[in-house]
Design a protein around this ligand. Structure first.
Ligand SMILES: [Zn+2]
Length: 251
């Protein structure tokens, strides 16, 4: 994010916080992470790869709130409360950087993996064996993220169904456990894609709309809070408090 835009956004967030002091009572807040140090394709604003030291700082903020506040995706959405940690895409650093820290802290987390990226043998992403290793760690939930990581809203009905069903079947086969959660690649979802996700057997699906998941919210359209490489402690805590939720109105 450009410096002047970040300053403007911080200012809007401070004002929004004064107008609407949401605090922690806004439902379940699902944090969205991507990579921790690895280069992310198409990340023009360089927001999606967070330095490991900054990630640790953010986890320290969560620890300060109380370990019991960090819950798994299922539990958080069911109770409409707590903070949930999620990673998209299945970068190798989710296993090598995030997992050791999160397991040590006792924080559960979800990883949404596009099998096509695993099969690509691109070294930035988890291999099949590494995916199994990640899945076997305590508190880890693996969900799907389409198969080829394409925008599902651009797919015709047949391809859409294949992307949703094949990714789920592939992950269930590799991990030998049920897969019922997913996130929409690039946050691309509309009514047709949501219905197809339901038909493919998913019970929880996260999108990239900014905000917290409210009581009575659609479990197949779970809002998330996007965490960026530039989020220092002040901005991270502001996002946790809902002060950046005005971003949902961005065009
Ligand atoms: Zn993705």
């Amino acid at each position: 994010m450009k410096a002047w835009k970040a300053i403007l956004a911080d200012g809007i967030s401070a004002a929004y916080g004064h107008l609407r002091p949401l605090g922690d009572a806004a439902g379940c807040r699902v944090l969205m992470y991507h990579a921790l140090g690895t280069k992310v394709d198409g990340d023009k604003l360089r927001v999606y790869s967070i330095e490991p030291a900054r990630f640790r700082q953010q986890m320290d903020c969560l620890t300060a709130l109380g370990r019991e506040r960090i819950v798994g995706l299922d539990a958080g959405i069911e109770a409409c409360a707590g903070l949930v940690i999620t990673f998209d895409d299945g970068y190798r650093d989710t296993l090598t950087v995030a997992a050791p820290l999160l397991v040590e802290l006792g924080f559960p987390f979800s990883v949404f993996v596009a099998p096509g990226l695993v099969r690509s043998r691109d070294q930035r992403y988890l291999s099949e064996n590494e995916l199994r290793e990640l899945s076997s760690l305590p508190g880890v939930n693996i969900g799907a993220h389409g198969d080829s990581h394409c925008r599902l809203t651009d797919c015709d009905d047949r391809k859409l169904s294949n992307e949703l069903s094949y990714s789920r079947a592939w992950l269930e086969d590799v991990l030998a456990r049920p897969v019922t959660t997913m996130s929409y690649p690039h946050g691309a979802v509309d009514g047709r894609v949501r219905s197809a996700a339901a038909a493919a057997g998913y019970s929880l699906a996260a999108c990239s709309r900014f905000g917290a998941h409210p009581s009575g919210g659609d479990p197949l359209l779970i809002a998330r809070t996007d965490i960026w490489a530039q989020d220092d402690v002040t901005r991270f805590n502001a996002k946790l408090a809902g002060r950046w939720d005005w971003m949902k109105w961005r065009t």
